[in-house]
Design a protein around this ligand. Sequence first.
Ligand code: SAM
Ligand code: DTB
Ligand code: SF4
Length: 341
Amino acid sequence: MSVAAAHAAAPSASVTSTATTSGDPFRHDWTAAEALALFDQPFSDLIHAAQTVHRRHFDPNAVEIATLLSVKTGGCPEDCKYCPQSAHYDTAVGRERLLPLDEVIAAARAAKANGASRFCMGAAWRSPRDRDLDAIVAMIAAVRAEGLETCVTAGMLTAAQAARLAAAGLDFYNHNVDTSPEFYGAIITTRTYQDRLDTLGHVRAAGIAVCSGGIVGMGESRRDRAGMLVTLANLPRHPESVPVNRLVRAPGTPLATADAIDPFELVRTIAVARLMMPASVVRLSAGREDMDDGIQALCFLAGANSIFHGEKLLTTPNARPDADRVLFERLGLTARREAAR
Ligand code: SAM
Ligand code: DTB
Ligand code: SF4
């Protein structure tokens, strides 16, 4: 199906309606077959279509720079098979304490000095306890005071917890659906897909911008990648940010020896995300450490317009900052400054 056809297609009678209540101009009634048809196009057609849509909504040469900091590392009770922070697996990551506020502020200053506009704080929790939130609220205030957008990812939230984070001024909450509903059970058993959707609903209802995406390269099929994007695009509003992570195969995790995904399939996933969620910021997220510049350039061409910049992701190495600077120069990319909402 061409993009024009995909965008013009009337909702099929068989579609379970998840149509928008927000009145935005975008589709929220995608079927898996439609998403798969986008993936199945010849590569050049797909990239051309995605770049065309990208240009309607964004400066194609501007890429948002976000920096990650793990504020509470390791010892997580969840069993996410990809994650080096899960207490279920014997990995190089140990359980650490919650970072003190002054260390968070120092990291935020360094991130800003290195060009970041967004500072994302991650905690290896199933869900935060209320006293954990006290610390997170203080971090949000301090990072905002440094002139950075704030993002937190700390597991499942109740409606009341989301409201508390909103009152603290949090800009974004990251909570990924990770994969399709069908494949999810092969990756995580300690919380359900619906749990994730419930948290996203609480975040949205609280007025915090939603950051939600997933991981490719976990052994899922193309249909699962399409299904993940259908879940995200059929939310009542598209997430403002959509991270697409390429699995970091962390030693000790059950996915340490997963087959590497074809890099063109990552590019296709970004392109289809761009087509289905035209105005969302799509982040080429984890997995850039050993990604060659040509593939990264194709990801930007396909509509990716955000990256994590800095030595480290949460616990694993990121692409080297000096390599990012050279890549931006070679491609004529600039840092995207405006807020994503
Ligand atoms: N504990 C919280 C949660 O899972 O909601 C927040 C932190 S968790 C590390 C955030 C996200 O990082 C996960 O949902 C997953 O999508 C991504 N992630 C974790 N380990 C990864 C890996 N090895 N490769 C790629 N992405 C990964
Ligand atoms: C997201 O989608 N990717 C980031 C962020 N949200 C929190 C995390 C990537 C983690 C990669 C493995 C690690 O460094 O532990
Ligand atoms: Fe815990 Fe998050 Fe890692 Fe899952 S992804 S094990 S919830 S830190």
